[in-house]
Design a protein around this ligand. Structure first.
Ligand code: NI
Length: 176
């Protein structure tokens, strides 16, 4: 498994819309494994392929706590079929927006269909942190970031900060 460099804000790659996966094959499973390794290394609880520069509709999630056994999930071509009317608020962060956290309100539950790493169709009824995490990662596949869900004022401040950081360190971007 390879730890890949993460794409960091304000890299425009993060705004790309990812393409559906056409075939669940060995190279795709290798990418899933690399994404999990990258996520565990960060560490984070979710990662979309576009965050390592691969514009394909795949994401990985592991919500296991530090003292629990790993529980990796791979979601390929995930699609939200239904969202709950009830809302919940979580403090979110993103591996592509390091060291920034903000409260985001989203539907408290979602029903999502997807392909697993064997290419089998699956459906999940998610609530709690899994619901939030799935929505955050599916947003990535559409070029949407969690800072798009906060106020424009707050977003402008974050964007300014990260643009400045990128300018101060122009050689920091690597493509995996
Ligand atoms: Ni993210």
């Amino acid at each position: 498994m390879t730890i890949k460099p993460l794409i960091i804000l304000p890299d425009p790659v993060l705004r790309q819309s990812s393409k559906p996966v056409e075939r669940v094959d060995a190279p795709l499973r290798k990418l899933a494994d690399d994404m999990l390794a990258t996520m565990y290394d960060a560490p984070g609880i979710g990662l979309a392929a576009i965050q390592v520069g691969e514009p394909v509709r795949m994401l990985v999630i592991d919500l296991a706590k530090e003292d629990e056994a790993p529980a990796p999930h791979v979601f390929i071509n995930p699609e939200i079929l239904e969202s709950a009317d009830a809302r919940s608020v979580y403090e979110e962060g993103c591996l592509s927006i390091p060291d920034y956290y903000a409260e985001v309100e989203r539907p408290a539950g979602v029903r999502v269909k997807y392909l697993d790493r064997d290419g089998k169709e699956q459906e999940i009824m998610a609530d709690g942190l899994m619901a939030t995490c799935l929505q955050h990662e599916i947003d990535h596949l559409n070029g949407v970031l969690f800072i798009d869900h906060i106020s424009k004022l707050k977003r402008d401040i974050v964007m300014r900060k990260f643009k400045k950081l990128a300018k101060d360190k122009p050689a920091s971007r690597m493509v995996g």
